[in-house]
Ligand binder design. Structure first.
Ligand SMILES: [Zn+2]
Length: 317
């Protein structure tokens, strides 16, 4: 399967922040196509040129599937839709609401990235027309050509997140619910992977459940927007569950030590970074600095996600 897999599923580099940092997936079904994720408005030309290079008409794009509405996955939805006149957007019901009215998303991402980086990364985000969005139910399946796509509502990374099982390849499009990391482009062997704890919905217990739910499908592959096609999902899951344990320890320690809200980031940042370095080493990937460079600002963003989770847990007590 590994050599022919790319005839059905193509990771398209969106050149987001750096090369091979974020991709969208082009699904090919005969002369029809669908996309899973679309990164940002700036990625749309790459997606359209991939279609063109495969002689697939824009009119033949059936679905624009959104794993979740974080803007590095769904920021280009409205723009891509303009070029694909027959496509329908498939998303989690909560994601659908944000796509139709992106004001809160924009506000949230501005808070994380600040100006001018927000505009530089995401540009102008327009609403998606409601009549072109279809909200998928948990466990809903859609037959598309000779493959079946099964949609699952998956918590842990984001409350508007779905994972999509593709029967043709026996693989799962995981959004950011199954870690972020790199694989070997030829062998699809995982090189390194870390858990994503980005704000503002990270929940370690739900994240564990999602990982189990993905494994229950016995997939041969997982497709990660950050980045590419990965085989051996069971091995990856072991690494992610270990990483989640270390995140739980950080959360519990911060709570037990009563680190005040205003000191949380200062306390978390070096510890999250240290944990990420460990996670990279657990994969047997020796060039930790290269992996850290690829991750860029993610350690800080992951620390922010833990901070939000800690504040929520305290508020519940
Ligand atoms: Zn995300």
């Amino acid at each position: 399967m590994s050599s022919s897999i790319l005839e059905h599923i193509v990771p398209v580099d969106c050149h987001y922040i750096r090369d091979e940092r974020a991709c969208a997936f082009l699904l090919i079904e005969g002369d029809r196509a669908s996309f899973v994720d679309n990164n940002t408005v700036f990625a749309v030309p790459y997606l359209l040129s991939e279609l063109e290079s495969r002689n697939i008409k824009r009119e033949n794009v059936d679905y624009i599937i959104v794993t979740h509405v974080h803007l590095d996955h769904a920021g280009g939805t409205a723009e891509l839709l303009k070029h694909c006149p027959n496509a329908k957007v498939l998303a989690h019901p909560k994601a659908s609401r944000h796509l139709a009215n992106p004001s809160r998303l924009i506000e949230g991402a501005r808070a994380v990235y600040g100006e001018p980086l927000f505009t530089q990364l995401y540009g102008n985000i327009e609403p998606v027309p409601e009549d072109r969005i279809y909200s998928v139910a948990d466990n809903e399946t859609i037959k598309w050509g000779d493959r079946e796509l099964k949609f699952m509502h998956t918590l842990g990374h984001a409350t508007h997140s779905i994972c999509i099982y593709d029967s043709k390849i026996n693989g799962v499009f995981t959004g950011d619910s199954f870690g972020i990391g790199q694989s070997d482009k030829q062998t699809f062997e995982n090189l390194f992977i870390i858990i994503s704890t980005a704000p503002s919905d990270f929940d370690p217990l739900e994240a564990e459940k999602t990982i189990s739910r993905i494994l229950e499908l016995s997939p041969d592959y997982v497709f990660l927007p950050h980045y590419g096609i990965h085989k051996n999902p069971t091995q990856i899951a072991d690494r992610l569950l270990r990483a989640l344990d270390s995140m739980k320890i950080l959360i519990n320690t911060a709570i037990a030590k009563q680190i005040s809200d205003d000191k949380l980031m200062e306390w978390l940042c070096p510890r999250v970074e240290e944990s990420i370095r460990d996670q990279i080493r657990w994969c047997g990937f020796n060039d930790v600095e290269k992996a850290m460079e690829w991750l860029g600002d993610d350690p800080r963003i992951n620390a922010m996600g833990l901070m939000v989770a800690i504040k929520k847990m305290r508020a519940k007590r």
